[in-house]
Design a protein around this ligand. Sequence first.
Ligand SMILES: C[S@@+](CC[C@H](N)C(=O)[O-])C[C@H]1O[C@@H](n2cnc3c(N)ncnc32)[C@H](O)[C@@H]1O
Length: 348
Amino acid sequence: MKQPTLQDFNRLVEEKDLEKIKEELKYIINDFEQSKKTEFRFSENGASSIVSKDFILDELDQIIKTRTIERTRYYLKRFIKSLSEVKTRKTNDINLNRWKEYDDIITDSLWIIDKRDQSGAHKAVYWGNFIPQIPNQFLRRYTKKGDWILDPFVGSGTTLIECRRLGRNGIGIELNPAVAKLARENLKREQNPYKIRTKVLTGDSTSIDYYSELEKGKINSVQFLLLHPPYWDIITFSKRKNDLSNAKSVGDFLEMFGSVAKETYPLLDKGRYCAVVIGDKYSSGEWIPLGFFVMQEMIKRGYKLKSTIVKNFDATRGKMNQKELWRYRALAGGFYIFKHEYIFLFQK
Ligand SMILES: C[S@@+](CC[C@H](N)C(=O)[O-])C[C@H]1O[C@@H](n2cnc3c(N)ncnc32)[C@H](O)[C@@H]1O
């Protein structure tokens, strides 16, 4: 196949006969369909872009279905622009001229993710870690290559592994030295193709001196905050009293979480985003809405709520007999079994 160039498409824009344009487009579409390649390179004025076959075929299909020459020209021009110009916003690298190519970026508030990404250094061994798709979605949607990400409850390092994959710099804080060590080991197993910096600090995120830590790394500010605190005492992460999972009451838990929210707020650039991943808890016959409480703590500190996302909860972990026991308890106790957690998205 002789791949059409941008000039070829520009020539079609100049053509006055709609039937002629469609005739030519038919050949072009056929050539792309027959080609074994899945991506094509288009170059103009020394710059070039790589475009997927699916995107090209979708666009050409829309163009060929138009009924008037004005509409055809409009879509052709838009197509040419999408091949030759990049349009991004300040907070990410998504090329809006080719937004249709990002079909794996979720834009709905209900996230049903069936399978954990277990590739490379991502392992499900750390009880209480989140699925890598969570940081993956946020880093692609709310950060640019080279940005700094801060995760004050970094656990086994899931966020930082994604930072390495996506070319973002990252700092993680973890209270438990053994877990911080695990995160560092996990990171060693992940390649660093973009040569970015990832750092795991052992410390208490409610009281660590963030400014001096950032200063040591010559970092002025961060561009994304990802907070995945313990869901109070659902899992006890350590015996340490400054561990959020050891908070004595929901009030204490919120106070500890609140200090992390307060200390990290000034580090984030204005206009940038922060996500909090948290689930609710059931105790003594009562549903404790930890999620909504935590959301309030963030709003109190000055954040604007941008979205509330409901994500399905790892349903595969429970054993069958435990599931049945919970179903019995739910029927007897008049409550519903947790199948979801929250992700609150905020903007500064
Ligand atoms: C829900 S887990 C985060 C898991 C992480 N997202 C991952 O994928 O591995 C919460 C983590 O916060 C840590 N933690 C609890 N209190 C802390 C504190 N005051 N400062 C820093 N880390 C803390 C726990 O040890 C635990 O590893």
